[in-house]
Design a protein around this ligand. Structure first.
Ligand code: DC
Length: 223
């Protein structure tokens, strides 16, 4: 009997480009472990703020990182990251964290603290019996899983993305975060070679998901 392949789907894009909704839907449809790496950067940022570490104080940042152990807890089909045994709460969506996350995410030492952890989640997905992994972020197709089976890059006009965030009742410095995320030296937000670029400005979320799902279904039948 042929066994199903284990597939890795990478979804990258700027803030409010549609990554979260589409990756959650694909996770449900194909029984893939869902991983929102933005929440990891947010959780580490909240932890640094809690410890009073500033992004320009590398020594303090490194000593805080040395004191942090990362582990994983599953919530439904999503992987949540524990920092010293605790999953961060709603504070990761606060204005304070929103404003600080891009400067922290630009620090190579902080990114490398997350690199092996993120790659290791493929093993967690296999161990827990998922048929694959869908990971969303900024550098998944370019750095974390450049060999992913499917690599999608979502983008949309900034005005439309601001309307989406406002519709969710959230304050977000979308343009400023994208500027910092795209211009940093380490793992910038970019559509990597060979990734499928999808403009989500004028299409519905359903249409975006169907385009991705049709590609994935060529390798893996829906669950
Ligand atoms: O997806 P999000 O908006 O929650 O991500 C928050 C920030 O985390 C984003 O502005 C940049 C950073 N990030 C990153 O640098 N690399 C990733 N793979 C995911 C997020």
């Amino acid at each position: 009997m042929a066994t199903s392949p284990f597939i890795i789907v990478a979804i990258d894009g700027g803030a409010a480009s549609g990554k979260s909704s589409s990756s959650r839907t694909l996770s449900d449809r194909f029984d893939l472990l869902h991983v929102d790496t933005g929440s990891f950067y947010r959780a580490l940022t909240a932890e640094m703020l809690r410890r009073g570490v500033r992004p320009d104080d590398l020594a303090a940042l490194q000593s805080a990182l040395a004191d942090i152990k990362l582990s994983t807890r599953l919530r439904g089909r999503s992987a949540e990251m524990e920092i010293n045994g605790r999953v961060a709460g709603d504070e990761i969506r606060s204005r304070e964290v929103n404003d600080a996350v891009s400067p922290f995410a630009a620090i190579p030492e902080l990114r490398s603290a997350l690199l092996a952890y993120q790659r290791g989640l493929a093993g967690v997905a296999r161990e827990k019996g998922f048929r694959g992994l869908v990971m969303e972020g900024r550098d998944i197709g370019s750095v974390i899983f450049p060999q992913a089976d499917f690599r999608f890059f979502l983008h949309a006009d900034a005005g439309e993305r601001e309307r989406r965030r406002a519709g969710q009742g959230l304050h977000d410095q979308i343009r400023e975060r994208d500027r910092i995320d795209s211009s940093r030296k380490t793992s910038p937000l970019t559509c990597s070679d060979g990734a499928t670029s999808i403009n989500t400005t004028h299409v519905t979320l359903d249409q975006v998901v169907e385009q991705m799902a049709a590609a994935i279904a060529t390798r893996l039948p829906p669950a």
